[in-house]
Structures are given as structure tokens and as C-alpha cells.
Design a protein around this ligand. Structure first.
Ligand SMILES: NC(=O)c1ccc[n+]([C@@H]2O[C@H](COP(=O)([O-])OP(=O)(O)OC[C@H]3O[C@@H](n4cnc5c(N)ncnc54)[C@H](OP(=O)(O)O)[C@@H]3O)[C@@H](O)[C@H]2O)c1
Length: 311
């Protein structure tokens, strides 16, 4: 990694590149989309809510006049929506240079299911992105230097993949489900990178985490009356960074010539809560190759999506 703190000013020109960001209408996803567009990429804002998508696009075009961007319908809690988007993208016959697996829901107080019957956090945060990446793989592999960036979290540290209770039918607890889904994000990113290396592919896969960033994920997930959420709010001025700073690990992983496949990028400050992006180390359970391989196979079975080019 180059010396000095990495900032968005160091993003090289993205002219000629196409980037898809899931959950791009707010928070870290929006800020990542904005910077990629500012640096010349054509940006697809993957959004589940059409009105929010339109509002985000209008904001982006105000903040980056002349940028090239569009909203695409994409609900990460629906395999049908993911399949429909992937089919339409592949039908365009263009390469996908950057895929940012960013959309997420956090610590839902009650167990909810996706339309495919998956526990909503495992389904949205992990399985949806597993399916999307696999279905878009032909377009990614058509790019000269494709990258897949998957947004994980410090929360992976207390995550555990319980293969006998993946859908949390027994003993649901919102944070446990979130922590496991974020551990799954790192296991997936690393297994994808191992497979790309084994296939001598140019594709790089990295995991990132934004530290703790002031976004709407807290209100949308645990709500404002949850004890952890109240603590986070009280400590926000000291502990947290804004969404612009929270997007920097994503942007570094997506664009820096120094970034390497398999790396995990997060903020360099105390406890990795905030700061400039650097390579950081996940907990050992995120480095367990056997668990990563098993999660891959289970994810193939659950989604019906396979990666023939990287098998
Ligand atoms: N903020 C933090 O401190 C923090 C820390 C660690 C990790 N992260 C991770 O960062 C990522 C981005 O979160 P954020 O903090 O920027 O929160 P955010 O502002 O709430 O953004 C989350 C985005 O995901 C979208 N989304 C949720 N479910 C979706 C679905 N089924 N299909 C498509 N999009 C969906 C949301 O869309 P709607 O507006 O339609 O709900 C929103 O655009 C998440 O993966 C999160 O786990 C955040």
C-alpha cells in the first residue's frame, strides 16, 4: 500500500468502466456510487425501491453534474428480482468492471423471511449477493480487470456459521443473525478470490468494512429504542465517522492499484472504528477455509446459482 492516508482523491480515472452498487440509494452505497461516478465510471444504482432510487439518482446528478448513472431495479431479498436484473444486464452484452456487494439489513428485532423463505439477514446480506455475483460472473470475466467488493462488518467478530440452523428457526436473535451474515460476507469474498486464483482469472475479490458509520441502517434495523442502538447514538460523535468516510474502504478496494485479491480493508483508527482505509485482519473464523468451502456449497444449493467458470 502506498504511504500516507488514502483518500477519494487518489481514485484513478474510472472512465470506460461500468460499476454496479447494490443498496446504492443511501449511506455507504450512495457515497461509493457518487465517487465512482465522479471519477468517470458509468454507475448502476441497484435499488429495491424505485422512488428512493430516483431520488438518489437526482441527488447524484446534482452532486456530480455530467456523471453517467442509472437506477436499476434490484431487490437482494428476492432471487426472482436478482435473476431478472442479471438476465437483463447480461443481455446488454457489456462487461461489468466493478460489483460492489453493499446492500444490507441489520439486527432485525423479529425473525423475518425473504420471499424465498430465507432468514432476511442471511438471505439479503449473503445469499442474495452470492446469487448476484454468480449470475453476473460472465459479464465480470469479460472485463479486463474485474473486481468484486463485498461489504462486511466489525460485527463478523462475534459471528458464527451454524450450518444446522442457517435460517434461524431456533433461538432467533437479531444481532446473532446479523453477525453471522457479515461473517458469511468475508468467507464468501475470500472463497471467491481463492477460486479466481485457482482458475487463473484476473478477477479480484476483496472484503471491506466501514468501521461504524452514521447511516440509516440503525433506524431501519434494531430501531432507536434498542439498547445497542442507543449506546451507538450516544457514542456516535466520538466513535463514528460519516458515510463519506465509511465508503472509503469500499472505494480503496474497488479502485486502488495497490489492492490485492483476498484482502480485507477497514479503517486504521482505534478499534478500526474510523479512519483511513488499510489492510486489516478479520477474526480467525473468517479465515477458516473449510467453513468457506462448505458455505459456498450450501449457498449454491440454497440459491440454485453455480459458478461454472470458477468451479
Ligand atoms: N453503517 C455502519 O456502521 C456499518 C457498519 C458495518 C457494516 N455496514 C454495512 O454497510 C452496508 C451499507 O449499509 P449502510 O450503513 O450504508 O446503511 P443504509 O444507509 O441503511 O444502506 C443500506 C442499503 O441497503 C439497501 N437494502 C436493504 N435491503 C435491501 C434489499 N433487499 N434489496 C436491495 N437493497 C436493500 C437499503 O435500501 P432501502 O433504502 O430500500 O432500505 C439501503 O440502500 C451494509 O452491508 C452494512 O451491513 C455498515
Amino acid at each position: 500500500m502506498a504511504t500516507g492516508k488514502w483518500t477519494a482523491e487518489q481514485i484513478p480515472s474510472q472512465a470506460g468502466k461500468t460499476a454496479l452498487i447494490t443498496g446504492a440509494n443511501s449511506g455507504i452505497g450512495y457515497q461509493a456510487a457518487l465517487e465512482l461516478a465522479r471519477h468517470g465510471a458509468h454507475v448502476l444504482l441497484g435499488c429495491r425501491n424505485e422512488a428512493k432510487g430516483r431520488a438518489a439518482l437526482e441527488r447524484l446528478l446534482r452532486e456530480a453534474p455530467g456523471a453517467s448513472a442509472e437506477v436499476v431495479p434490484l431487490d437482494m431479498a428476492s432471487l426472482a428480482s436478482i435473476r431478472a436484473f442479471a438476465a437483463s444486464f447480461i443481455g446488454r452484452g457489456i462487461a461489468l468492471d466493478l460489483l460492489i456487494n453493499n446492500a444490507g439489513v441489520m439486527a432485525l428485532p423479529k425473525r423475518e423471511l425473504t420471499e424465498d423463505g430465507f432468514e432476511r439477514q442471511f438471505g439479503t446480506n449473503h445469499l442474495g449477493h452470492f446469487a448476484l455475483t454468480g449470475l453476473l460472473l460472465p459479464a465480470l470475466l469479460a472485463a479486463p480487470a474485474p473486481r468484486v467488493v463485498t461489504v462486511a462488518s466489525l460485527a463478523h467478530r462475534t459471528g458464527k456459521i451454524d450450518f444446522d440452523n442457517l435460517q434461524r428457526e431456533r433461538g432467533y436473535e437479531g444481532w446473532d443473525a446479523y453477525n453471522a451474515s457479515k461473517l458469511a460476507n468475508i468467507l464468501f469474498a475470500k472463497e471467491l478470490d481463492r477460486r479466481a486464483r485457482a482458475a487463473h482469472s484476473r478477477l479480484l475479490s476483496l472484503a471491506v468494512h466501514p468501521g461504524v458509520s452514521t447511516t440509516s441502517i440503525f433506524e431501519n434495523g434494531p430501531g432507536t429504542t434498542n439498547l445497542k442502538a442507543i449506546m451507538v447514538k450516544l457514542l456516535a460523535p466520538v466513535m463514528m465517522q460519516n458515510d463519506e468516510a465509511g465508503a472509503l474502504p469500499t472505494l480503496y478496494a474497488a479502485t486502488s492499484p495497490d489492492a490485492k485479491g483476498g484482502e480485507y480493508i477497514g479503517p486504521d483508527g482505534f478499534g478500526e472504528l474510523k479512519g483511513a482505509p488499510v489492510v486489516v485482519q478479520p477474526r480467525p473464523q473468517a479465515l477458516d477455509v473449510a467453513v468457506g468451502e462448505r458455505l459456498w456449497t450450501v449457498s449454491e444449493d440454497l440459491t440454485g446459482v453455480h459458478y461454472p467458470a470458477l468451479s
